[in-house]
Design a protein around this ligand. Sequence first.
Ligand code: NAG
Ligand code: NAG
Ligand code: NAG
Length: 494
Amino acid sequence: MRVFLLLLSVLSLGLAGKVAIFLAPLSKSQIVFNLRLAEEIAVDHDVVLVRPSFNPNAESLVSSHPRVRELRPKGCNPSTFHAFYEAENAWVWTDPTFAEFGNITKFYRQMFYETCENMAGDEAFMEAMRKENIDLAIHHHLDSCTLGVVRALKIPQWGWVLSTPLFRSMINMVGVPALPSHIPSLLTDASNDMAFFKRVKNFAWELFCDLYLPLGSAPYTAIYREKYGEDFPTLSQIAREGSFLMVNSHADIEFPIPVTSKIVYIGGLGMKKETNQLKEPFASSVNQSTSTVVVSFGSVADTKHMPVHWKEAFIGLFKSNPSIRFIWKFDQAIDVPSNVLRVGWLPQNDLLGHEKVVAFITHGGYNSLGESISTGTPIVTVPLFGDQFRNAQLAEFRHFGVRVYKQDLSADNLNTALHKIMDDPSYLSSARLAQSIAFSSPLSTGLTIRHTINFTLAHPHYNRDLPQLGFFSLYSVDVIVFLFFLHLSLFSSL
Ligand SMILES: *[C@@H]1O[C@H](CO)[C@@H](O)[C@H](O)[C@H]1NC(C)=O
Ligand SMILES: *[C@@H]1O[C@H](CO)[C@@H](O)[C@H](O)[C@H]1NC(C)=O
Ligand SMILES: *[C@@H]1O[C@H](CO)[C@@H](O)[C@H](O)[C@H]1NC(C)=O
């Protein structure tokens, strides 16, 4: 029997494939998401995380899963990352000027360009990858350079993963024509029902996103062509060949969006309905009152740079609610009222899952939004940058969140928003509804991911594409013109 089991496990090991995940470790939340993805896939297959160095503060976040290994090619110089980080943090607390936004884009590009040059030129890394015999690769959406690595190594299958909600330029990339008129861009502060000027803004952002891929990836193509010859395809050509697009949101909570089966929703990855028991000092802190509110602005926003009037606004909010217990993630020394526990780190998901935690004040990053959904906790969002505006809009659209504009941040506005979600029970019931929808699928997120990988390995290049039509055919312009003239000629012949 034992021999048989051993044989069986050897056989199933033989069937297991090897999956590479290319990640850009820009922020801790990016890494956490990719580690969860890796560990899920490692249930069935061996996983190699390809992790170029970016953020020196995030180096120690690793997986301890026995089937998850890492390769760390050289990424960008720490000074380049630092320049980007500083420029990005100017965006965090205020609205960036056009010039500042230009700087952010410039440093972002520089960071990824350096990484691409280092990675593509790193023969030891390429050789190590070749030896791995990878069956399937997964690319994060942040950058396209790694598509060249996959092509150069002739890895047979690959797909995309989006650590954020779905956005239009990515939907287009996997061959689904989607319109900017009813799909808010990742970076537009808009819901899906947009008035004229919002649509103008959204259109402009989408144009930027559509041009970003071919323009932004041209220098990478040049790197690969120099190494592998002029017939190396452009990265924007390769980008359209992905077999799937896994996206970090829930099909029924996300804004309704037309998709094909290439798009796989994996929102709630790694999240459970049951959370762990709280440890100290959180357990006794939560015990001290009937209601606790958690306040956290995530890992990217550097609280060192938080403007003074913001700190005053939070302290003011805490003072006007002495009967509420606040747990505040804020890593600078500061005097706080006695109803506040200030900490540098908190077990966010376990706290939100506690029955006494009634609300969450957050920047609305995708991990935080996901945890608010999986724990059924209503939120006050103060979106700071990136996709957070859109996430805040989604929480309002699904009625489990109220948003405070960062330009209007004050103790009064925070207080009004907090009492709105605490005193009006419809916010709690919408949060609970989102939670129950998130957990209602017969396939768990983990199984969905594992099925996607197995499906792709078992059915290489299976056709799930819409026929690619030109503009005139897609919008039936030719048909309309034809019918118009047919009508005219019939009419005139009468
Ligand atoms: C995926 O394939 C592996 C290896 O063939 C198998 O052990 C595993 O059960 C499959 N997983 C799913 C979710 O189908
Ligand atoms: C852009 O970055 C450069 C280099 O760090 C800096 O000197 C300049 O002031 C920045 N410009 C803006 C508008 O922030
Ligand atoms: C919480 O309070 C209850 C009742 O006052 C007490 O029995 C329990 O030990 C407390 N738990 C913690 C973790 O402080």
